[in-house]
Design a protein around this ligand. Sequence first.
Ligand code: FAD
Length: 402
Amino acid sequence: MTLNFTASDYYQIDDLLTTEEKALRMKVRECMEKDVAPIMAEYWEKAEFPFHVIPNLGALSIAGGTIKGYGCPGLSITASAIATAELSRVDASCSTFMLVHSSLAMLTIALCGSEAQKQKYLSSLAKLKAVACWALTEPDYGSDASGLKTTATKVEGGWILDGHKRWIGNSTFADVLVVFARNTTTNQINGYIVKKNAPGLTATKIENKIGLRMVQNGDIVLRKVFVTDEDRLPGVNSFQDTSKVLAVSRVMVAWQPIGISMGVYDMCHRYLKERKQFGAPLAAFQINQEKLVRMLGNVQAMVLMGWRLCKLYENGKMTAGHASLGKSWITLKARETVALGRELLGGNGILSDFLVAKAFCDLEPIYTFEGTYDINSLVTGREVTGIASFKPVVASRQRSRM
Ligand SMILES: Cc1cc2nc3c(=O)[nH]c(=O)nc-3n(C[C@H](O)[C@H](O)[C@H](O)COP(=O)(O)OP(=O)(O)OC[C@H]3O[C@@H](n4cnc5c(N)ncnc54)[C@H](O)[C@@H]3O)c2cc1C
């Protein structure tokens, strides 16, 4: 079932976009409806990535997003966000593949890499001739990623990396792996570019996910992996340096639930008019209309918040708290929206072929990754109160009594 109707743009938010942003929206929409919509349920069920679609996604010239030069598109953050929403509107796995590749891995190289690294890697990544992943979290360090234990030890001509990364999207097939590790001399977090098939590197697919099933998330094990000095990212000298990247990528992540909710609303709007019960279309029942309108209101509010976030960024006014509030609040509203959509489709609401069940499942990992709802709320909470509440009071009290 394809999506070619955008009832979800009720407040004509399209009017807020430039001609270029509207054109990009249509280009991405067309590709997703033609190349991805017909095959996504099959690949989602198989939990396989549709590798044959990568050249089509590359031809959209959206990988690299806001990065200027080095063969990258140099889009406005709004254009990049709209493209993310259009990918997500049809398939959240495809948008996650792009997000990890572009807004995390490529952006880290662009913001923290040397001139030589940018020249060497960005152009082929922008064309999707090579694929990248971004490895921060570990089995024991997710929300508390700053405590990561993977080590980088300086040796003659380079570094030896040892450790275990978990959940890393695209990692089972990525050509370029951006890996964060703790420098054993300074005890600070540094960043490294590791190549596919590096001796000592293995990436094993995590099986049995209930969402984003097409995304190949992996467990990466690094056993004495050698990385040359040229492949150490000079701009990553502490954990704080990852926040430059996360601030931008959180804006993009916030546009994933927006796109997912738009797709679910559009599908439900059509379905309620087509399916009849008790001799009337489902749309004729008041309770269904209330649910549909609640979804519609959520979508309008989510889009406006996402759009404002982009403008704050463009004007250099966006803070980490702004980005985190966008990610947390939008995913919360999207969760309600897709759950209502799932209800409205009745039994068909649990079949992946009808988009809504798939979207319902795909939203769960998005609620959790790039900082869970809770962690992003606490980032904003710290900014508005001036008090950090990440570390439990109990733990610090226990320490002070000892
Ligand atoms: C599908 C998927 C894709 C991912 N892709 C990547 C990737 O490409 N690269 C990468 O590096 N990582 C990736 N991740 C990892 C992701 O960022 C982490 O899963 C996420 O940060 C949460 O960490 P965790 O799973 O260890 O949960 P935990 O940290 O164990 O959290 C469990 C629960 O405790 C809560 N919690 C934890 N600490 C606190 C606190 N201080 N205060 C209040 N509540 C707290 C959380 O909100 C959550 O509800 C991915 C994860 C998923 C599921």
